[in-house]
Structure formats: C-alpha cells, structure tokens
Design a binder for this molecule. Structure first.
Ligand code: ATP
Ligand code: MG
Length: 243
C-alpha cells in the first residue's frame, strides 16, 4: 500500500542542538505506529514538524503523495492531519460541547464534519466516544486534566483526520483513565492512521503494530513490539531503563 505519510531526512536545529536529525518515517493508511524515546529525544519536535507548527531545517514531508513541507498547519489539517498536544489545547471558557462544535467548524473541519446536518448531535456523539458523557455543558477549564485530554481528542476527531498525531495522551492520567484511553484508541476506525507518542510503554505496546524509537534526535529503531522489547539499541537508548 502506498504511504500516507513519508518523512525523509527530516531535521530541526536550535543553534548547535539537533532536536531532530535526519529522520525517515513511513506511515501507511490505517497504521498504528508508536513513537517512543527518552525525554528530549525529539518526539514532540517530530510531531510538530509533521503538523506544521514547526518548520524543519532539513528534509521533506509528503502527505498522501503531496509535498507539505512548507504548508501552514491549517492547510495540513484540511488535508487530513489531526493532532493533540503534549499540553492539552482547549478553549477553557467554552463548554466542552462548544469546544467540539468550534473545532468541527474550523477551516479543516468545515470540509467534512462541519457539513453534518446535526452538528450538535454529532458533537455529543464524539464526546460520548471519548468517554465524556454528562459534562457537555461544563466549561473546559473546569474539567479534570484527564477530561481535557479526552476533550482534545474529541476535537481532533471532529476534523475527521486520516492521520492523527497524539502527543502523550496518557500523561497525567490516573490508571483507570489510562484503561479508558486504551479502549478508546483501540476503537478508533482504521480510516485513521495513528502516530502515538507516549512514555506509558504498556499503552504503546498494547496499541501499536510497529514502534519507532528516537534518541537524541536520531532514529535508532523501528520494529514490531517483540522486536522493540528485545532490541539492544532500544535498551541502550533508555540507558538501563527497561522499555
Ligand atoms: N524551542 C526550543 N528551543 C531550543 N531547544 C528546544 C526547543 N524545543 C525543543 N528543544 C530541544 O529539542 C530536543 C527535543 O525536544 P522534544 O520536545 O522534541 O523532546 P521529546 O522527545 O518530546 O521529550 P519529552 O518526552 O520530554 O516530551 C530537546 O533537547 C529540547 O530541549
Ligand atoms: Mg514531548
């Protein structure tokens, strides 16, 4: 199957620091790819480069056969690249439901979800889908940290992405919330490919078909879950922390 996302020689420097250095990556439609690596490995940098909120200093990004390296984030979103952030980005002073409604009406959503005949019902369904029933009218700022993460996921899904970039969706969640997240991720349709950045390795290993490991901005490994678990390069990247 042809690649949905093709990243070649991607790099981002900050002065002397190579936050990302010559990384290649392939994601096929419907793929479940885990992206792991120690703090500062370059995971968020890679996601930000793919989403377009950060510009690369080297390399190329193609999405669905099209060079998007220089496209603005909104244009990439319109093409089908959705994302959540390491620190959830929601409109705190709006109710949860309105956050989803607004996300669906943003330029990228308008093409798909925003055209729905019953947007409020659809937004409710999206909230229910991420486990947020009964808090539709609660201001996003009053939701718990875990609920804000769930809300941001519903907002990303409102744009009906073909590629969803998730940056540490389990960070700060209590163990029962991680279980809810795991079943939610497992329930997402194969029409969306998912690139999951996560330090919660059990979650990644349970979810992903393939795992890519970054260390100090470099690609050190891509393989299946068993290959990753037994990889000496991965063990070295975590410097004694068993992955
Ligand atoms: N705006 C910036 N200016 C300078 N250095 C930066 C900037 N953003 C990131 N870096 C550096 O780039 C490297 C990669 O950072 P990045 O946030 O991508 O890591 P990460 O793998 O997401 O880490 P974590 O698991 O802690 O979220 C780190 O050394 C970080 O300090
Ligand atoms: Mg990060």
């Amino acid at each position: 199957m042809s690649d949905l996302l093709a990243v070649d020689g991607l790099g981002r420097r900050y002065g002397d620091l190579a936050a990302l250095d010559g990384v290649d990556l392939r994601v096929a439609p419907g793929d479940r790819l885990g992206l792991i690596g120690p703090n500062g490995a370059g995971k968020s940098t890679l996601l930000n480069l793919i989403a377009g909120s950060l510009r690369p200093t080297a390399g190329r990004i193609r999405f669905d056969g099209r060079d998007v390296t220089r496209l603005a984030p909104a244009r990439r979103a319109r093409l089908g690249i959705g994302r959540t952030h390491q620190h959830p980005a929601v409109w705190a002073s709006l109710p949860a439901l309105d956050n989803v409604l607004v996300a669906a009406r943003l330029p990228w959503g308008r093409f798909r979800a925003g055209r729905r005949a019953k947007p409020r019902e659809h937004a409710r369904e999206l909230l229910a889908g991420v486990g947020l029933t009964g808090v539709e009218q609660t201001l996003a700022g009053a939701l718990s940290h875990g609920q804000r993460r769930q809300l941001e996921l519903a907002m990303a899904l409102a744009g009906e992405p073909r590629l969803l970039l998730l940056d540490e969706p389990a960070a700060g969640l209590a163990p029962p919330e991680v279980e809810v997240l795991a079943s939610l991720l497992a329930s997402l349709p194969l029409t969306v490919a998912i690139l999951l950045v996560e330090h919660h390795l059990d979650l990644v290993y349970g979810f992903a078909d393939r795992i890519t490991v970054l260390h100090s901005g470099r690609h050190v490994h891509t393989g299946t879950v068993p290959e990753t678990r037994s990889s000496p390069e991965v063990a070295a990247a975590y410097a004694g922390v068993a992955p």
